[in-house]
Design a protein around this ligand. Sequence first.
Ligand code: NDP
Length: 404
Amino acid sequence: MEYKTTIGEGAKIYFLSDFEKPLLCIVSYLFIFRHRSDNITYMQCNEMIKYALVYYLIRGRINFENYNTNIIMDLFKPLDTKADEAELKPAEGESEKVKCLIIGSGPAGYTAAIYAARANLNPVLYEGLEPGGQLTTTTDVENYPGYPDGVTGPKMMEDFKKQAQRFGADCRFGIVTDVDFNGPVHKVIIDEKKVIEAESVIIATGATAKYLGLESEKKYMGSGVSACATCDGFFYKGKDVAVVGGGDTAAEEALYLSGLCNKVYLIVRKNYLRASKVMQERVFNTKNIEVLFERNAKELRGDGVVEEAVLIKRKGESDESEEMIEIDGFFLAIGHTPNSAPFNKYLDTDEVGYIKTTPGTSKTNVKGVFACGDVQDPVYRQAVTAAGSGCRAAIDAERYLGEK
Ligand code: NDP
């Protein structure tokens, strides 16, 4: 199973004895079973190791005196801040000069890193809050070319990262907290301390799908709840699903799902759709889409997977009532927030916050600063389009540096 290597490589269990390692795996699999998840992200791996360590400690299986406690405590820090990696980097507070800085670690960021590394730009990539980006929260990816049998989102991002590192990309854990794009050299502050002076910057920080904020939404994430119909719709072939939202994305997702699913409910909180007229017409003319106006989702229920949604009809009105729909999938389409906040004092964005680029390129309004992936793409938002735009950004950066 994939998890074994992830646990081994990601969390470094080398300090355990041969007797202890299999026990660790058993505890880890119990964790996986408990969480009913097929995708284990790096952070979850770290959680597993912590569970296992606590378990061993309680059971007296590990005598911690026999081990270097620094190594064990290391597991309780975020991954990729291991001592051996830290040695390669400048001390905190120190300024570092780099040719090409890449911010963000989804398909766009890693692809930019592959191309930049192969062009000898010695890229340094900061992974951000969610290493691997949105794909690490998705289940199987079946529409990315080159994976004929599909691949899990976390595994795909692991592969992207390995490929970037193979060519020498320096991938680090850290979050951009501020930038100064005033001068010819761009200053980027990492974790409020370290200053990177970059000749070129590639922004690939992605976008975050909005969720309703229901407790049950989190509970069924990956088990019926999704924010991407194009990514996950296939798994609901012939089933009944619901899409929440009344904009173009919701209309588009409902139409896409109507071609796969038995029935699609479109849950709209107002008594009209915000989507463009042409999209509205298509929705209303599709037989297996039922638009439920003036409904708000209250709760999802089911035994391990989504089986039903409780809706509130005409919320806040005198005739407010509750109703239930039986569904297998619950798709959110209530908008995305582009992760452009640290940059938008300097970069032109649209009204939502998507970074504007010169059409056909990744160039922003600041020379030497490029944007790729979902942070500049409100329309397509696919792994493959993000990867393509990451390639474009690296080539644009390479040409910019060559012409300087
Ligand atoms: P929008 O902001 O246009 O629509 C969001 C929808 O979600 C609205 O109907 C809104 O309701 C609803 N919503 C927001 N929060 C909640 C909540 N908490 N509970 C219930 N409903 C909620 O986002 P989109 O992603 O649809 O579109 C973003 C932009 O991208 C738009 O400009 C759109 O036109 C564009 N786009 C274009 C496409 C194309 O040209 N093919 C495809 C997709 C998007 P309410 O109306 O009540 O505020």
